[in-house]
Write a protein that binds this ligand. Structure first.
Ligand code: RB5
Length: 149
């Protein structure tokens, strides 16, 4: 499993914990930056990770910004991306089981590195349930087909 990670300066505090957790779970981590605490623009990193996942270069992704919100909104502009902000393990597990989220987004000003570890693990280990949830994901894909060029 190859996991793309990316963050801005607001999320970089979580990156070591996220990377360490993913590697302990057996994933290969591809780090798309940022690499310093200098202020940067989160859409750049949301796009890099989203493109890596949408193209199949990576299987899934983890994004981090101050809240997880801006970077997830950016990623969700890429066709095929289902990026979910997760602030606890319940959200993380459910967004895999029901939404088959291929990216989760965390807030460095919202959760601690220890909480981020548990959240990433819960999402990574959960399994998509399919069934009635697939009908809803197909409906989301229909919205994409209608509005994405
Ligand atoms: C950067 O200050 C901050 O706006 C960003 O990290 C993120 O929280 C946006 O949603």
């Amino acid at each position: 499993m190859k996991i793309a990670i990316g963050c801005d300066h607001g999320g970089i505090v979580l990156k070591p914990a996220v990377k360490e957790t993913l590697e302990a779970l057996g994933a290969e981590v591809v780090d798309f930056g940022t690499f310093t605490e200098e202020s940067v623009d989160y859409p750049v990193y949301g796009l890099k990770v989203a493109e890596a996942v949408a193209s199949g270069e990576c299987d899934a992704g983890v994004l981090m910004c101050g809240t997880g919100i801006g970077i997830s909104i950016s990623a969700n502009k890429v066709k095929g991306i289902r990026a979910a902000v997760t602030t606890n393990t319940f959200m993380a597990e459910m967004t895999k089981r029901h939404n088959n989220a291929n990216i989760i987004a965390l807030g460095g000003r919202v959760v601690t590195p220890d909480e981020a570890k548990d959240i990433v693990k819960a999402w990574f280990e959960a399994e998509y349930e399919g069934g009635r949830h697939q009908r809803r994901l197909d409906m989301i894909a229909d919205i994409e087909a209608k509005y994405f060029k």
